[in-house]
Design a binder for this molecule. Structure first.
Ligand SMILES: [Zn+2]
Ligand SMILES: [Zn+2]
Length: 163
């Protein structure tokens, strides 16, 4: 892949793990214009496995780009999701959560702390689709969501109970 027109970006990205090329490539593949703000937002998201909310992304990004508004961050995330750059994780009664992992995967959701943990499972990827859905609608992907209490929350409860 050639690197062409995005070297004008002046944000310091030294403390990110991903490289500029791969981030810009994600935007280009989605036919989105590569802008410094989009780059910064996507950088913040790609190495984040917390399925963050728009606000969580905004809090981090404004340290690097103080002039950016929450609205811009929010609109950019929606644009990313609409163009397949990222996914929206199921909202569990709260703010929308964003997921940079677009490969098929499933979620374990903790009902106590709202943590969403990614996992993969080949069987879950191929669960038979219900006919009453496939007859009427086009299915683009399937994802299993397991609800439960995560290890951290479980341990907390144990400690409180015993000590
Ligand atoms: Zn938890
Ligand atoms: Zn995920």
């Amino acid at each position: 892949m050639t690197v062409s027109n995005y070297y004008y970006i002046v944000i310091n990205m030294d403390n990110y793990h991903s490289d500029k090329e791969s981030i810009a490539e994600k935007l280009k593949q989605a036919k989105l214009k590569v802008t410094p703000q989009r780059m910064a937002i996507l950088f913040e998201l790609v190495d984040n496995h917390d399925h963050p909310t728009a606000d969580a992304i905004y809090q981090k990004i404004k340290k690097k780009l103080p002039s950016i508004s929450f609205d811009t961050v929010n609109r950019t995330l929606v644009t990313f999701a609409q163009n397949g750059v990222i996914k929206i994780a199921e909202g569990q009664g709260g703010a929308k959560r964003y997921d940079p992992k677009i490969e098929p995967h499933h979620h374990f959701h903790c009902v106590r702390c709202n943590r969403i943990i990614d996992f993969t499972n080949k069987k879950y990827d191929r669960i038979e689709l219900p006919e009453n859905i496939t007859k009427k609608h086009q299915v683009l992907g399937q994802k299993i969501v397991l609800d439960g209490i995560c290890q951290n929350c479980k341990n907390k409860k144990d400690n409180n109970g015993r000590k």
